[in-house]
Write a protein that binds this ligand. Structure first.
Ligand SMILES: Cc1cc2nc3c(=O)[nH]c(=O)nc-3n(C[C@H](O)[C@H](O)[C@H](O)COP(=O)(O)OP(=O)(O)OC[C@H]3O[C@@H](n4cnc5c(N)ncnc54)[C@H](O)[C@@H]3O)c2cc1C
Length: 390
């Protein structure tokens, strides 16, 4: 978990905006508001340190936002560029290659681990005028004008009032859940090394149990292997050489033999969409929508949530901030991008996590067709890079 510096907050006071959650999306919002002149307080439950080694594939569009937020230089040195993406299905024909050069981008994306992204954003946020408090766990939020946030800090219960509360507390957060689907799948992440170099190519391979992604990461690969929960448990516990054998069987021989694995971890997967039921409360990032990691869209979408919320706050008068009309305008602004992100990833999971022969044939035909239709490929790349616009 990133460390926060900065200004200690006395509590039981009033702020203009309270951000609940100092993960990458909450910190990005604090940064986007650095010149707003508003009094911002960010509350993060975790004390400090730690972090999470899950790989994040950042789109080129996210890089542009991170540049505007001033944090890209801190990430660039450890970010591995993705220049090609190869998509295929196990046990079926049809494959498609996407290339940055074809789409006119310098790179299709970048692989960085979650901990680094979260830390770079949190450290930059702590240098703004925002008051960033770690070890502050929010226990309740109440809508209204003003909204109220109750939290625990240093063994005490405290309360803040705010014109706007931005919930960026992730999937387990306090937003009212509108719908959720348990995929009955887990993602196993790990660092693996293969005989052949990655040449900045990412692989997405669809198997009957779920998609398997190999992302270029420094001198090796970041693996995101989606499978049944029981299989995920076994994959995390088995001896390294057995794991590498299973990976070989699932992925095939495109990268040569796999020779090393480290840092295995498993994440249960769900799809969730939530909405704030109260005035003066807005949801962003995983608190608003949690996606399956296939196609690596969750953080990219959440970063656009934070960026666009920042733009709406920075460009409008503060008089209407958080009102029903103001919240509706934000919902409307984000509706198409959010629905497209949720719909696209969910459709991929449904369509590809199935071994029925007719579906395998249809998928193969779809991949082959996509490979033959450059305009469609470019449309897909643009959508994955910049999201969908209304
Ligand atoms: C295996 C895996 C691979 C992924 N790969 C990709 C990828 O390649 N590309 C991509 O774009 N996305 C990817 N994602 C999705 C991405 O990780 C999330 O979309 C992203 O982390 C969301 O960020 P967030 O800040 O909204 O939420 P989080 O990262 O969950 O952060 C929420 C923060 O809120 C804090 N918090 C929670 N409750 C409270 C409370 N009560 N009080 C105060 N603070 C609180 C937490 O401590 C945490 O710091 C992946 C996800 C998984 C599981």
């Amino acid at each position: 978990m990133p460390e926060f510096g900065g200004n200690a907050f006395a509590g039981n006071e009033a702020a203009d905006i309270v951000i609940v959650g100092g993960g990458p999306v909450g910190s990005a919002l604090a940064l986007a508001l650095r010149d707003s002149g508003l009094r911002i307080v960010l509350l993060e439950a975790r004390a400090a340190g730690g972090g999470d080694a899950r790989p994040l594939a950042l789109s080129y569009g996210s890089r542009l936002i991170l540049e505007r937020l001033g944090v890209w230089p801190a990430l660039a040195a450890t970010a591995t560029p993705i220049r090609n993406i190869h998509v295929s299905q196990r046990g079926g024909f049809g494959r498609v290659g996407l290339a940055a050069a074809e789409a006119g981008f310098p790179e299709l994306g970048y692989v960085v681990d979650y901990g680094r992204v979260a830390q770079a954003l949190a450290q930059a946020a702590a240098l703004t005028a925002a008051q960033c408090l770690t070890g502050a766990r929010v226990i309740a939020t109440h809508g209204g004008d003003p909204a109220r946030v109750q939290y625990e800090y240093d063994g005490e219960q405290r309360e803040l009032t705010a014109v706007l509360v931005a919930l960026a507390d992730g999937s387990a957060g306090g937003g009212a859940s509108a719908e959720s689907v348990d995929y009955q799948q887990c993602a196993v992440t790990a660092c693996v090394v293969s005989e052949r170099p990655h040449n900045n190519t990412a692989y997405e391979r669809f198997t009957a149990h779920g998609p398997l992604a190999l992302l270029p990461d420094n001198d090796g690969w970041a693996l995101v292997w989606t499978t049944r929960p029981e299989h995920a448990r076994q994959l995390c516990a088995m001896a390294p050489e057995i794991f590498l054998g299973e990976l070989r069987t699932a992925f095939g021989g495109r990268t040569g033999d796999f020779i090393k694995v480290s840092g295995r971890a498993a994440y249960p997967l769900q799809r969730r969409r939530a909405q704030a039921a109260a005035d003066h409360i807005v949801l962003i990032g995983n608190a608003a929508q949690t996606l399956h990691p296939v196609a690596g869209q969750g953080f990219n979408l959440g970063l656009r949530d934070a960026w666009e919320l920042g733009e709406q706050i920075n460009s409008g008068s503060t008089a209407a901030l958080g009102s029903r009309a103001w919240l509706n305008a934000y919902q409307q602004r984000r509706r198409v991008d959010r629905s497209a992100g949720l719909g696209f990833t969910h459709a991929l999971v449904e369509l590809f996590s199935n071994d029925l022969l007719p579906l395998r044939l249809a998928r193969g035909t779809g991949l082959a067709l996509l490979g033959c239709l450059p305009p469609l490929k470019n449309f897909l790349i643009r959508r994955m890079t910049f999201g969908a616009r209304g």
